[in-house]
Each structure stands twice: as structure tokens, then as C-alpha cells.
Design a protein around this ligand. Structure first.
Ligand code: HEC
Ligand code: HEC
Ligand code: HEC
Ligand code: HEC
Ligand code: HEC
Ligand code: HEC
Length: 321
């Protein structure tokens, strides 16, 4: 996961660089966003044609690219986890996974259809057990935005409630939209997002970009002074450079420890049961998976890690002024 993130950052940086270059050369190419066109095709090398059957056509908007919010959204999305969401379970099944990982590919059963639509008279095909990776549409623009007849993605945010009927539902908040899929309470091997304590009133999109989905605690106006030269707080120091903010500031009492994959200290989502990730010898002893807690508070207990007999051989008694 960390490798993926480093990759994402490299891509973001190079994209920004490319955008600066393009902006420099084409500053006369400004046009209103709505006149430009972005394909929802999942083919990463091809942003103006589509084989996904959504009626996308070519247009002559090429020279407006670079500053167009649609193009920026497209570029950000392409490097996100939402654009590479193909999965299959150990038996090689993935129609059930597609419900969240590629809802446009998902073939629901009648019980899966919202009650409001139970009375609809339409035939549902028998769900396939496996959808080919080449057919997978990922979490594309159409899940969160309507697309007009010309294939232009509208900037209003909506939710494609019933993909088979192309029926959209309005949403009250951005968090409601994200939680359509990030409510993984009953999905084993998945982490759980519960935004609480210090950030309880915040929307997902106040921290995460909806398109590249990345964030840090120090972005924008948030906590940019933390870890600076003027920051004298115990724990905000070089000793803890491999400890994530959430590992110290988690308020939910989740287990903490180093992520077996990255070595960075993090929290472990308590929801999953015995899970196996990768090889059989990497079964996680605690029965939980590394996942950033979103229940973040001010109070930090040094003894959470520095207790006597701790398994990591950290100093047992640390100075607490
Ligand atoms: C209820 C929605 C939902 C369903 C159903 C679902 N997933 Fe997920 N999946 C997610 C979300 C949201 C994430 C993002 C990270 C997280 O919450 O753990 C994710 C992440 C993952 C990841 C980790 C990807 C990464 O890069 O870290 C894997 C692997 C995965 N899912 C496999 C599956 C498989 C296999 C199935 C079907 C058996 C499935 N998921 C069904 C919502 C779902
Ligand atoms: C998971 C849901 C989701 C997906 C997928 C998604 N968007 Fe968005 N999009 C949003 C949200 C939420 C906002 C509102 C952001 C805000 O107001 O802070 C938004 C805003 C926008 C805007 C308005 C300008 C801006 O950037 O704020 C444009 C244009 C846009 N999206 C285009 C796209 C395109 C093109 C794609 C596909 C490449 C896409 N979006 C995919 C959720 C999504
Ligand atoms: C259609 C379902 C869906 C919606 C809606 C959705 N997500 Fe996701 N999201 C996923 C899945 C599935 C993954 C995991 C993809 C993978 O790696 O296989 C994911 C991955 C992520 C990740 C990366 C997790 C990681 O392990 O690095 C973040 C962050 C994220 N989403 C945030 C958001 C935000 C913020 C919103 C709302 C603007 C949102 N998502 C809306 C399904 C969704
Ligand atoms: C080793 C544990 C530890 C880590 C890691 C840590 N903190 Fe803290 N943090 C503390 C302690 C202890 C306090 C003081 C709490 C108090 O005032 O009771 C604190 C206080 C804070 C405060 C409130 C004081 C202020 O400066 O405004 C903020 C905000 C904060 N931390 C943000 C962060 C962020 C962001 C990160 C990640 C970059 C982080 N912390 C990482 C231990 C930690
Ligand atoms: C106060 C800011 C904040 C809010 C609000 C927030 N997040 Fe996050 N989220 C973070 C930070 C910081 C990380 C860790 C990022 C990293 O390590 O790269 C994170 C990580 C994640 C991850 C990846 C977790 C992992 O360890 O793999 C997912 C998925 C996610 N957030 C989804 C959401 C969703 C969905 C919402 C809204 C319900 C949300 N977030 C609200 C700050 C926030
Ligand atoms: C989430 C776990 C965690 C919490 C909470 C935590 N630490 Fe640490 N601490 C660590 C880790 C990991 C190291 C690095 C150990 C190493 O590099 O070998 C460390 C190192 C230290 C060291 C250097 C000595 C040593 O053992 O390597 C001191 C001193 C220290 N911590 C003090 C504190 C204080 C004071 C607090 C409370 C404000 C605190 N720690 C909270 C995990 C934590």
C-alpha cells in the first residue's frame, strides 16, 4: 500500500509539473469547464474515446486541456485507488465485490435492489461469478456525476443508485456519498472508517480529495505547524518519525503497532476477524488489519506503547512531565 502511495506521489508531482508546463504554453486556451469533454473510459491511455458504451464521442476540445477542472479531475482520478479497484476473492469470484469495487459491472439479485424499486418490472440477468479485469469499469466518474448525452461529466455530485437502470439519487452530504461504499462493517479483511472525536463534524472531502483520494494531516491550513521547529510537543520529535499521527492520537482504543508491510506504526481496525493477507505465514496475530483510525483526539497516552513488558522492546518508562 505504501509503495502504491509513493507511486501516487511521484505521479502527482510529475502531473503538477506537466500542468505547469502546459499552463505556460496554453494560457490562452481558457474555456468554461462545461464546454470540454472528458471520457469516462477506464482506458488510462485514452481520455477522449470510450468503449464503455456510455455514448461518449470525440470532440475538438484538445487544446483546452491543462486548466480545465474536468481534465484535472480526470488526471487525479486516474492515479487513485478508485481507478484500479479490480479484485477477486480466493475462489475467483467477484460479482459481489463489484457492488463497491465496480458498481457499474455489478449484477444484483432482486433482493439487492432497493425496496423502492422492488415493484419495477424488469428482468435481471443471472449474476456471473466472475467479471474479467478487461471489462471492469472501476469507480468511474458516472458513479458520482451524471454524464450528459455528449459524454460530458456534470460537476454536480450525485449517486448512481441503481446502475442497471441508470437511476441517480441526490445526496445530502459528501460523506453520505463516500459511505455508500466505505461502510465495510460486514466485509471481512476491510478497514472501518468511523470519523469521531476531534473531527466528528468533518466531511470526508474536507480532508480527502474526492478524485485522487489522498490526504495528510498537514495539508492546507491543517496542522501545518506540527513537527516544525517551533513545535515543542513531546512525541512530535524525531524519535517518533515512524509513528503515524493516528497511532498516538487514536481515541477509539484500537490496537497499535508497526504495519507489517511498511514498518510505520499505525492503528489496527478491530472489525475483521482472523484474516489472512498474502502468504499463510503473514497471518496477523491480533486478528485485525492495519488501518488509519479516524477517531482522533487530543489526549495521548505514552503508556499505550511504552508499557512494561511491551513486545516491541520500547523504553518502558518515558518521561511524562
Ligand atoms: C461494502 C463495499 C465493499 C464490498 C462488498 C467489497 N469491498 Fe473491498 N474495499 C471496499 C473499500 C471501501 C475499500 C477501501 C479500503 C478499506 O476500507 O479497507 C476496499 C478495499 C479492498 C482491498 C484492499 C485494496 C488496497 O489497495 O488496499 C481488497 C484486497 C478488497 N477490498 C477486496 C475485496 C474483495 C475480494 C471483495 C469481494 C469478496 C470486496 N473487497 C468486497 C469496499 C468493499
Ligand atoms: C467517488 C465519487 C467521485 C468520483 C468517482 C468522481 N468525482 Fe468528481 N467530484 C466528487 C465530489 C464529492 C466533488 C465535489 C468536490 C467539492 O466540492 O469539494 C466532485 C467535483 C467534481 C468537479 C467540480 C470541480 C472540482 O474539481 O471540484 C468536476 C469537474 C468533477 N468532479 C469531475 C469528475 C470527473 C471527470 C470524474 C471522473 C474522472 C469524477 N469527477 C469522478 C466526487 C467524485
Ligand atoms: C462506489 C464505491 C465507492 C465510493 C462512492 C467511494 N469509494 Fe473510496 N474506495 C472504494 C474502493 C472499492 C476502494 C479500494 C480500491 C482498491 O484499492 O481496490 C476505495 C479506496 C479509497 C481510498 C484509498 C484507501 C487505501 O487503502 O489507500 C480512499 C482514501 C477513499 N477510497 C476515499 C473515498 C472518498 C473520500 C470518497 C467520497 C468522495 C469515496 N472514497 C467514495 C469505493 C468507493
Ligand atoms: C508519539 C506520539 C505522537 C505522535 C506520533 C503525534 N502526536 Fe500530536 N501530540 C502528542 C502529544 C503528547 C500532544 C499533547 C497532548 C496534550 O496537550 O494533552 C500532542 C498534541 C497535538 C496537537 C495539539 C497541540 C497543537 O500543536 O496544536 C495537534 C494538533 C497534534 N498533536 C497533531 C499531530 C499530528 C498532525 C501528528 C502527525 C504528524 C501528530 N500529532 C503526531 C503526541 C503525538
Ligand atoms: C480529519 C481528516 C479526515 C477526515 C474527515 C476523513 N479522513 Fe480518511 N484519512 C485521513 C488521514 C490523515 C488518513 C491517512 C492517510 C495516509 O496515511 O496516507 C486517512 C485514511 C483513509 C483511508 C485509508 C485507511 C488505511 O489506513 O488504509 C480511507 C479508506 C479513508 N481515509 C476514508 C475516509 C472516508 C470514507 C471518510 C469520511 C467518512 C474520511 N476518510 C474522513 C484523514 C481524514
Ligand atoms: C503509538 C506508540 C507510541 C506512543 C503512544 C509513544 N511512543 Fe515513544 N516511541 C515509539 C516508537 C515506535 C519509538 C521508536 C523506537 C525505536 O526507534 O527503536 C519511540 C521512541 C521513544 C523514545 C526514545 C527512546 C526509545 O525507546 O527508543 C522516547 C524518549 C519516547 N518514545 C517517549 C515517548 C513519550 C514521552 C510519549 C508520550 C508523549 C511516547 N513516547 C508515546 C512509540 C510510541
Amino acid at each position: 500500500m505504501n509503495r502504491k502511495r509513493i507511486g501516487q506521489w511521484i505521479l502527482i508531482v510529475s502531473l503538477l509539473f506537466a500542468m505547469v508546463l502546459v499552463a505556460g504554453c496554453q494560457s490562452s486556451g481558457d474555456q468554461p469547464a462545461s464546454s470540454s469533454q472528458v471520457s469516462e473510459s477506464t482506458d488510462k491511455n485514452n481520455s477522449s474515446t470510450s468503449d464503455s458504451g456510455e455514448g461518449t464521442e470525440d470532440s475538438d476540445s484538445g487544446e483546452t486541456q491543462g486548466l480545465d477542472p474536468l481534465v484535472i479531475a480526470q488526471q487525479e482520478w486516474e492515479i487513485s485507488a478508485h481507478a484500479s479497484s479490480f479484485v477477486a476473492d480466493s475462489e475467483g469470484h467477484n460479482n459481489a465485490c463489484a457492488r463497491c469495487h465496480s458498481p457499474k459491472n455489478w449484477t444484483p439479485t432482486l433482493e439487492d435492489i432497493p425496496e423502492s424499486c422492488q415493484a419495477c418490472k424488469f428482468e435481471l440477468p443471472t449474476p456471473p461469478v466472475f467479471i474479467q479485469e478487461s471489462d471492469w469499469l472501476h469507480i468511474s466518474c458516472i458513479m458520482c456525476h451524471q454524464v450528459d448525452k455528449k459524454g460530458v461529466v456534470q460537476s454536480e455530485v450525485e449517486w448512481l443508485e441503481i446502475p442497471v437502470l441508470e437511476e441517480y439519487a441526490s445526496i445530502e452530504s459528501h460523506s453520505e456519498l463516500c459511505l455508500k461504499c466505505h461502510n465495510t462493517e460486514n466485509v471481512p479483511e476491510h478497514g472501518l472508517v468511523v470519523v469521531d472525536s476531534g473531527h466528528a463534524d468533518m466531511q470526508c472531502t474536507e480532508c480527502h480529495s474526492p478524485h485522487d483520494t489522498t490526504t495528510t494531516c498537514m495539508n492546507g491550513d491543517c496542522h501545518s505547524d506540527v513537527l516544525s521547529d517551533t513545535d515543542q510537543i513531546l512525541g512530535h520529535d524525531n524519535d517518533h518519525k515512524d509513528v503515524s499521527c493516528a497511532a498516538c492520537h487514536d481515541n477509539a482504543g484500537w490496537d497499535v503497532g508497526p504495519d507489517p508491510e511498511t514498518g510505520i506504526w499505525t492503528t489496527f481496525s478491530p472489525w475483521s476477524h482472523e484474516v489472512m493477507i498474502g502468504e499463510a505465514d503473514s497471518i496477523l496475530q491480533s486478528g485485525t488489519i492495519p488501518f488509519s483510525s479516524h477517531d482522533i483526539g487530543l489526549e495521548v497516552n505514552c503508556e499505550r506503547c511504552h508499557y512494561s513488558g511491551n513486545p516491541w522492546e520500547l523504553t518502558e518508562n518515558v518521561e511524562i512531565p
